[in-house]
Design a protein around this ligand. Sequence first.
Ligand SMILES: Cc1cc2nc3c(=O)[nH]c(=O)nc-3n(C[C@H](O)[C@H](O)[C@H](O)COP(=O)(O)OP(=O)(O)OC[C@H]3O[C@@H](n4cnc5c(N)ncnc54)[C@H](O)[C@@H]3O)c2cc1C
Length: 463
Amino acid sequence: MSNFDVIVLGSGPGGYVTAIRAAQLGFKTAVVEKESLGGVCLNWGCIPTKALLKSAQVFEYLKHAEDYGLNAKKVEHDFDAVVKRSRGVADGMSKGIQFLMKKNKIEVLNGFGKIQPGKKILVKGEHGDTAEYSANHIIIATGARSRELPSLQQDGKKVIGYREAMSLDKQPKKMIVVGSGAIGVEFAYFYNSMGTEVTVVEYLPNIVPVEDQDVSKQLERSFKKAGIKIKTSAEVTHVDTSGDGVKATIKTSKGEEILEADVVLSAVGIKTNIENIGLEDVGIAVDRDKILVNDYYQTNIPGYYAIGDVTPGQALAHVASAEGILCVEKIAGMHVEALDYGNIPGCTYCIPEVASVGLTEKQAKEQGYDIKVGKFPFSASGKAKAAGTPDGFVKVIFDSKYGEWLGCHMIGVGVTDMIAEAVVARKLETTGHEILKAVHPHPTMSEAVMEAVADAYDEVIHL
Ligand SMILES: Cc1cc2nc3c(=O)[nH]c(=O)nc-3n(C[C@H](O)[C@H](O)[C@H](O)COP(=O)(O)OP(=O)(O)OC[C@H]3O[C@@H](n4cnc5c(N)ncnc54)[C@H](O)[C@@H]3O)c2cc1C
């Protein structure tokens, strides 16, 4: 039996980043993985979807070439080639992780890992061979998969999850997307751009329901303008897959209707991978499907830790990575500060993109803050006008009393690269005053942040 200082179970952005940081800190480290290195993020999530979305965005630009004074007649797309490019990007990223594992002298143990009492892990290879390993510290980072609703069981063909949605061999003519969180709206945008007739069905009253309501409304307007049909406060109660396509029964306050499509994409959230990994044998506490941990990701059993999607907190790649780094730094005896879950940015990469951090206007009011709100539309931004992308805005929320930057909400082209300004500023406890006095480059989309802050303080220039 090989002994390690640290064994990480799962190699997603939680697991592989944890392993690298552990190795950097001098720990003899191994990572156990049953599929390709990189987890959902690199293989079936963040990266391949962004590759698909880039193809859609380029296609949209070409379709609207005339708006830019260009002539690109007969622009066509090759769906297979678009999917192939995305898979190629994902494969390349996974190979990059293999390189990083080697570079950091991390042992990769291929197979299904099951934790055991006494800080051991049993790894079962694909041919049924088993091997046992032990470690001083075992970090569980087994992630999550697509959640299935009882009324929407996935068969992988007509009712599909995100994995199938990014690797279909034939483009559907009609698609129903159930759920309008980041995953749902990204696929809705992609397929609509490719020419599929898309209907989004959302249970709550707004699409992208975790975002500020102004952002949700703007995205709904942009999507409708692009031809995407949207049904909010609507529930899929039944799907009939017996015919050629799918018939989905949709219930709204107005009654029931049946929508027909080639496929239904279920994008209703995630289900953690906690089954058969030995949690019960070791006695690790789980609540509502998530492994319970403290601020340093220690479970209730000493020597066992958990990070990433398998724990409570936002299910995002950057959260998983940050948790893993913090977890091993604490193990190494470093002085670490607990993660501030109130300052985690969330991004959605459809066009227009959505990015936000902190409280929405509604949340700030509910929490009793007296607030100052500023908003700057991209229609007043020289850079956005020149780029031909004037849809969207930046909205900022400050506490009137102490000037704390409570929240920042953006929608528009490129905003996912702009939100970091608000994250850093909030981390440094910056007030609107410093943002106003920090000169932003012209012409850039980022000027909209400065102008939105100026608007909050009645000093806006370009409105
Ligand atoms: C379509 C889609 C798009 C997304 N886009 C974004 C985005 O743009 N930005 C963002 O921040 N997040 C995005 N996410 C979310 C992001 O992918 C996850 O939050 C992130 O991957 C979680 O990382 P993790 O390390 O916790 O788990 P995972 O990435 O799920 O990795 C877990 C790994 O553990 C392995 N594993 C599980 N059980 C075992 C076992 N018993 N033995 C061995 N190996 C095991 C799995 O095979 C997997 O490789 C997206 C998700 C999806 C589905």
